[in-house]
Design a protein around this ligand. Structure first.
Ligand code: MIG
Length: 739
């Protein structure tokens, strides 16, 4: 057992079985600094007592007692769990936000048609947060092997982590606030990638759009119907016999031309890439894989073969640098040759049809590490997708792109390379609620660029009494968009045997409601993009459970049917078939986005007409919006608040952002000057401040400005009042007082 500080806020306890050769973790981007001696150590806020097989920690007044043991190829870590403790985290789990008294398995699994409580799913993040009396401590058991985490099921006063591995790096992460634990966890597992700006657009997918004429037709429909679309996905049917990096020439006779046409109408193209390499001696990619020794081998040295989409398939051995380098070059060639914009990584648990639960497990399959050693798959399973994403990311970079990768599976750290979606969800009301719970767990476990298939993917779900068939209704689709538009990844996707579910598939009324929601989404892009930057720089989630923002409000501890977009916007979506719901608002005052009505903190029954999700803005809100092409708005609520707008060209690889700092104090709004401005940034800003009554005057930089309606053209400061909103046109670098 080796105990060390990683930094001032993170302790690491590394346990390695005697004689075992330690493997470096792909999850962690920092190295331990100071080793602690046995006995008592006092370091800053930490008191750490190191014994032979236990570690006692006191940090921020919280006692953490950890006991380590090893038997039969398993490490077990036991820790204390109090009656009042609440547990968050654990990444992608089909469970409520509070995960206390659940037992979960970490084993990336193809979980088609999963339900509430199904476990495990596609992504494994063995990180959890224990919160008591508003003080939080994080735990991260770093091993990529199968792991079971029991949070008080077996014994109410104990959690246990059981790992089928000969090594574990166990991290204790200091709070005291929940947000401190989350950002520190991201600090050690790596900052979320900055995605291209187009990734925030409305993404349209299905399994699968083909032939190429159909793809162009869908693109045209999206444009004609003004659905703010930016991305179309090509699912597995574009390939020649499911050979990755090829096109089916009958369905796609001229892919370059198709991609060019899509680009001309402003639409990006994302192609799926599975890890299956068809075993076919005439297939170029297979030949390269064999010749370069880039493929996964069994322990007897023979090629590992699994059943995938192409039939007999080999798997790239992403665990060594040479194989990754080869994969990067394949991705680079693919992107350069066809102009494809992003890559969708599916089946990367890895899944295979000839294994139980469609998921590879094996002690015979081995992976080659950089040092040449061969390690059985079962020790590395949960990292397969992470290494694949790493290599894919590098390939896109080499092709000159700011990478957009959408991955199904992942491990802690996946956020450095990819967005994650929640896999094969189902078109029913159960999932409308469940998906939010799954996403909130992912979001506070480091994966910030996330979303769920809007409308639901699966329609036929195997169940106890045979398959169950689900039908998407217009109401459910609209309700789904009502909260999905607030998530960074907004993708409508449906199964192969699914009726159409594009926004127009349910007639003019649903289409109109969805279009309006997508317009709101487009208006919020500057806020979302700034939040993505903040996530990239500070490791803060984009979408946050209420407890993240209001850790001292005991009422929000278990709330997972509402969420915050960034620091200001509370969304309380309709999650069942109905037209009203109860909403909890944490203390203080909130403004209803739709009508400017002010509500005090507490419980409220609110009406929820179709197309109008309850959205509330906190006092002191400063939400940057896009009012029209090139016109920046700031949606503000009087009070005290600060925000920084981030912008860049949206595509370059390592940009320095242009920033604009905003402050509100009472009725006084300060808009800074752009720092590091790129060309063509707006110098005029429209402040839209919610007010109870018409003001008597408005002063900008100490000078009274006239009341006058204005068009969105840049011009001199002026203002007008409408409904409960005062609209004030100002220039950057100004201070506005509303009197
Ligand atoms: O076995 O590529 O989760 O989004 O459409 C199904 C076909 C394989 C599973 C993915 C889904 C995708 C589908 N894939």
């Amino acid at each position: 057992m080796r105990v060390s500080m990683v930094n001032d806020d993170v302790l690491r306890i590394s346990v390695v079985k005697n004689g075992h050769k330690y493997r470096e973790s792909p999850a962690v981007v920092v190295k331990p600094t100071v080793d602690l001696a046995s006995g008592e150590n006092k370091i800053g806020p930490w008191l750490v007592k190191v014994n032979e097989d236990s570690v006692h920690v006191n940090v921020d007044g919280v006692e953490v007692n950890l006991r380590f043991s090893y038997s039969n190829g398993q490490f077990t870590i036991r820790g204390n769990l109090g009656l009042a403790d609440i547990v968050y985290g654990l990444g992608e789990k089909a469970l409520p936000l509070n995960r206390k008294r659940f037992r979960v398995t970490m084993w990336n699994t193809d979980a088609y048609g999963y339900r509430y409580g199904s476990d495990p799913l596609y992504v494994s993040i063995p990180f959890f947060i224990v919160t008591k009396n508003h003080v939080s401590v994080g735990h991260f058991a770093d091993s990529t092997a199968r792991m079971v985490i029991d949070l008080g099921v077996e014994r109410g006063d104990e959690f246990t982590v059981t790992v089928n591995d000969d090594q574990v790096d166990y991290y204790v992460i200091r709070g005291p606030r929940l947000r401190d634990v989350v950002t520190r966890f991201i600090g050690i597992t790596g900052k979320p990638a900055l995605m291209p700006k187009w990734a925030l657009g409305h993404q349209q997918s299905r399994y699968s759009y083909y032939p190429q004429g159909r793809v162009l037709e869908v693109a045209k429909a999206l444009k004609d119907m003004d659905l703010g679309n930016t991305v179309i996905y090509l699912d597995i049917h574009y390939m020649d016999g499911y050979r990755i990096f090829t096109w089916n020439s009958e369905r796609f006779p001229n892919p370059r031309d198709m991609v060019k046409k899509l680009h001309e109408s402003g639409i990006k193209v994302v192609t799926i890439v599975d890890p299956y390499i068809k075993v076919d001696p005439n297939y170029q990619v297979f030949k390269e894989g064999i010749n370069g020794n880039y493929l996964t081998l069994d322990s007897d040295g023979g090629l590992t073969i699994v059943q995938g989409w192409p039939g007999k398939s080999a798997l790239p051995d992403f665990f060594n640098r040479e194989a990754r380098d080869w994969w990067s070059s394949l991705i680079e060639r693919w992107v350069r040759d066809y102009g494809v914009d992003g890559i969708w990584l599916d089946m990367n648990e890895p899944a295979a049809f000839d294994y139980p639960n469609h998921t590879v497990t094996s002690k015979v399959i081995t992976h080659r590490l950089d040092d040449g050693s061969r390690v059985p798959h079962d020790y590395l399973h949960n990292a397969y997708a992470l290494y694949e994403a790493m290599a894919t990311y590098e390939g896109l970079r080499r092709a000159g792109r700011r990478p957009f990768i959408l991955s199904r599976a992942g491990y802690a750290g996946i956020q450095r390379y990819a967005a994650v979606w929640t896999g094969d969800n189902t078109s029913n009301w159960e999932h409308l609620k469940l998906q939010l719970q799954v996403l909130l767990g992912l979001s506070i476990s480091g994966v910030t660029f996330i979303g769920a298939d809007v409308g639901g993917f699966a329609k036929y779900v195997p169940g106890d009494g045979g398959s169950r068939l689900f039908t998407l209704t217009p109401e459910l689709l609209v309700r789904w968009y009502e909260w999905a538009i607030f998530f960074p990844l907004l993708r409508n996707h449906a199964d192969v045997a699914s009726p159409d579910q594009e926004p127009w598939a349910f007639g003019p009324r649903a289409l109109e409601l969805i279009r309006d929601l997508l317009r709101l989404r487009a208006r919020l892009t500057p806020y979302l993009y700034s939040l993505m930057w903040i996530s990239h720089i500070n490791g803060e989630p984009i979408v946050r459970p209420l407890v993240y923002e209001f850790p001292n409000d005991d009422e929000v501890m278990n709330i997972d049917d509402e969420f915050m977009l960034g620091p200001f916007m509370l969304v309380a979506p309709m999650l069942n078939s109905g037209t009203s719901r109860e909403v909890y608002l944490p203390g203080g005052e909130w403004v209803n986005l739709w009508n400017g009505e002010v509500l005090k903190g507490g419980y409220h029954m609110v009406d929820v007409p179709l197309g109008k999700p309850p959205v509330f803005l906190k006092s002191g809100s400063l939400v940057p919006t896009q009012e029209s092409e090139g016109v920046l708005g700031i949606l503000a609520v009087p009070g005290d608040g600060e925000f920084t707008v981030y912008d860049d060209d949206g595509e370059s690889q390592s940009p320095t952002p242009s920033t604009l700092s905003l402050r509100i104090s009472g009725d006084r709004v300060t808009v800074g000057d752009w720092a590091n401005p790129m060309p063509q940034l707006p110098t005029t800003v429209i402040l839209k401040v919610y007010l109870g009554k018409e003001p008597s005057k408005v002063m900008v930089n100490g000078v009274e400005v006239p009341e006058a309606r204005f068009s969105a053209e840049p011009g001199q400061p002026s203002w007008y009042f409408e409904g409960r909103l005062i609209n004030i046109r100002v220039k950057v670098g100004s201070e506005t007082m509303i009197i």
